[in-house]
Design a protein around this ligand. Structure first.
Ligand code: UT7
Length: 336
């Protein structure tokens, strides 16, 4: 027998420190007009040294809210899934840190490495474990600490102005209502474009002493690299495909989407998708203006805020879609 999973609680957390476009223009050659026109971003949050935030601790803060709203005891969590590209440590992953910080018994903790698609990959993993009956309750977190690893000079401006810090969490549980919950997830990847959006070092291919010895200042591989226009073109194509795939699988049409929550990569990407699918403003949720691109955290933060604002009601068809480094992409269709 296959069970169905549903989202029982959502939570999010962002650091208090607001960094506006004008703040960035003081440290690099950029300006508010360029950033807003090309990305839609007005401000983002950055962890401040000493504020106690890290990828894992922000994840814990979001998780506590999600657990409370789900009304599920932390010790009833059977599995933690943690999605991030910016873990506190090279190893171990953040999942075990969360398990310790929340004081949960020895449940398994799994980190997923799928960047902007991390939350949807994690959602799919959680869904499969619940579907088979192996686990009943799964805590899923997406969290990122980008700010400390960005090139904040003019050299890094096309990447650094986009990313922000934050965390979102969802508690998934077995659904008791027939048809309510995750209807489907679709995941894809295309590794031939792995380095088009990547952080090459430090890594086992580029150890720190090698980087220092071999690389001139202008080619430092320990800042993220993004072939922006190439990523943009692939994003709009893959977003469209994977949303269609999700709708088709469930016999739904575009008009059946109550709310689409796209990964908050760039407002222009979301607007392109909205136009292509001819969705009304109220059918698409965006909050990139406030937080920038928080990678694995962007969908759970947006989902939480949409829910808090009363934009998601019981029975609604909620569609999530993401695209990012890997390349990886995916969608989830949920009957709320
Ligand atoms: O979340 C994972 C997936 N990520 C994405 O989906 C991101 C996809 N890509 C993008 O969002 C866009 O490509 C960017 C926002 C990253 C860049 O926008 P763009 O319209 O593709 O700009 P561009 O890189 O082609 O740069 C255009 C110009 C260049 O100047 P020249 O060569 O035309 O003189 C850049 O040097 O804008 C310049 N530029 C900037 N100017 C002011 C680049 N970054 C900045 C900046 N401020 N921050």
């Amino acid at each position: 027998m296959l069970y169905q999973s549903k989202i029982a609680g959502l939570g999010s957390y962002v650091p208090e420190n607001v960094v506006t476009n004008d703040d960035l223009s003081k440290v690099m050659d950029t300006n508010d007009e360029w950033i807003q026109e090309r990305t839609g971003i007005k401000e983002r949050r950055h962890i401040k040294k000493g504020d106690g935030n890290s990828t894992a601790t922000m994840g814990v803060k979001a998780a506590k809210i999600a657990l409370e709203r789900a009304n599920i005891d932390k010790n009833d969590i059977d599995l933690i899934v943690f999605a991030t590209l910016s873990p506190d440590y090279y190893f171990p992953g953040c999942g075990v840190q969360v398990q310790e910080m929340l004081g949960i018994h020895t449940c398994p903790a799994l980190d997923v490495r799928n960047q902007c698609s991390g939350f949807i990959y994690g959602l799919s993993v959680a869904d499969q474990f619940i579907k088979t009956g192996m686990y009943k309750n799964v805590l899923l977190i997406g969290s990122e600490n980008h700010s400390g690893g960005l090139d904040m000079s003019t050299r890094g401006r096309s990447v650094s102005v986009i990313f922000g810090d934050g965390a979102g969490a969802a508690v998934l549980t077995r659904s008791n209502h027939n048809g309510q919950g995750i209807l489907s997830t679709h995941l894809h990847s295309e590794g031939k474009h792995a380095l088009e959006l990547s952080l090459k070092g430090p890594s086992t291919m580029h150890w720190v002493p090698e980087i220092i010895e071999e690389n001139p200042q202008e080619d430092i591989p320990y800042y993220p690299y993004m072939n922006g226009q190439f990523v943009f073109k692939n994003a709009i194509a893959r977003f469209s495909e994977v949303i269609h795939e999700g709708l088709q699988e469930n016999g739904l049409e575009v008009k059946d989407i109550d709310i689409l929550i796209p990964h908050q990569a760039n407002l222009r990407i979301a607007q392109f998708i909205q136009k292509k699918f001819q969705l009304k403003d109220e059918q698409v949720y965006n909050n990139i203006q406030k937080y920038g691109n928080t990678t694995a955290a962007s969908i759970p933060i947006a989902l939480t805020e949409a829910w808090e604002e009363g934009k998601i009601k019981e029975g609604d068809h909620v569609v999530l879609a993401a695209f990012g480094s890997g390349f990886t992409w995916g969608s989830a269709v949920i009957s709320w």
